[in-house]
Ligand binder design. Structure first.
Ligand code: ADP
Length: 249
């Protein structure tokens, strides 16, 4: 008798290939990429422009379909899912944070945070939205609209919005790209808190070695493949040196 050991991973990519376009103009954005993201881990994804970082994030989050291979999120294989099932899975198990915050300008901070629950046909429990806003340090800004908040505060609202459904995985695409150093540090601290306090898994694309230094692991992409990996990075300088090595390959 054979026994299979099932190790639960938050996100798994098995030999993922993503090609765009056809024939001579086809571009292979990811080529046979396999990676695993453990529960309660914080991974930064780095690499030169065009190396496939966004494609990896989008495929791992079920925002984009793979050409070949498989993606599992929280143990669910995305490959055979219909669009409707994929949308539901994203709403229930995945949170997103973008460089440009992507808040709804006409809604207050608390309405923005409540939105994913409404879209999922759920109601916020009393105090739930305020509690999440308090967690990101914005209890006193609940009634403000995005235009009345600083960039750093807007990104904190976006993090609260991503966390309100208690997703297994948080995908962040250059979350500090539009922020100054102090606001970036606060955002990274909140992503770290999601890992430590709520055992959520964070996958963050960044080109900033300082941001990547907050992660437990850095994956380096080059030409659509994983070219290098750094576990427990010692700091931004070590990460920058690895990036430089990649870029001069
Ligand atoms: P990165 O995020 O590292 O800059 P991307 O994942 O955006 O890289 O892109 C990887 C490669 O795939 C690039 O050559 C890019 O031009 C190509 N690519 C990405 N998205 C598309 C698309 N929708 N259509 C055609 N080519 C694309």
């Amino acid at each position: 008798m054979t026994t299979t050991l099932q190790t639960h991973q938050a996100v798994e990519l098995w030999s993922v290939t993503r090609r765009y376009g056809e024939g001579e103009r086809a571009v292979t954005a990811l080529h046979d990429v396999s990676a695993r993201f453990a529960p309660a881990s914080f991974t930064a994804v780095m690499g030169p422009s065009g190396s496939g970082k966004s494609t990896l994030l989008h495929c791992a989050a079920g925002l984009d379909r793979v050409t070949a291979g498989r993606v599992l999120v929280d143990g669910v294989d995305l490959t055979p899912l219909s669009e409707r099932a994929l949308t539901r899975l994203r709403r229930e198990r995945v949170g997103f944070v973008f460089q440009a915050f992507n808040l709804v300008p006409a809604l207050t901070a608390e309405q923005n945070v409540e939105l994913p629950l409404r879209l999922a046909g759920r109601r916020a429990a009393p105090g739930q939205v305020r509690a999440v806003l308090a967690e990101v340090g914005l209890a006193d800004r609940a009634r403000h609209r995005p235009g009345e908040l600083s960039g750093g505060q807007q990104q904190r609202v976006a993090i609260a919005r991503a966390l309100v459904t208690a997703p297994a995985v948080l995908f962040a695409d250059e979350p500090t790209g539009a922020l100054d150093t102090a606001a970036s540090r606060e955002v990274l601290r909140l992503l770290r808190a999601a890992v430590e306090r709520h055992a959520q898994t964070v996958v963050m694309v960044t080109h900033d070695p300082l941001a990547a230094a907050h992660a437990d692991r850095v994956l380096f992409l080059a030409d659509g493949a994983i070219a290098d990996e750094l576990r427990e990075p010692a700091g931004a300088e070590q990460i920058a040196a690895r990036m430089a090595r990649l870029e001069t390959r």
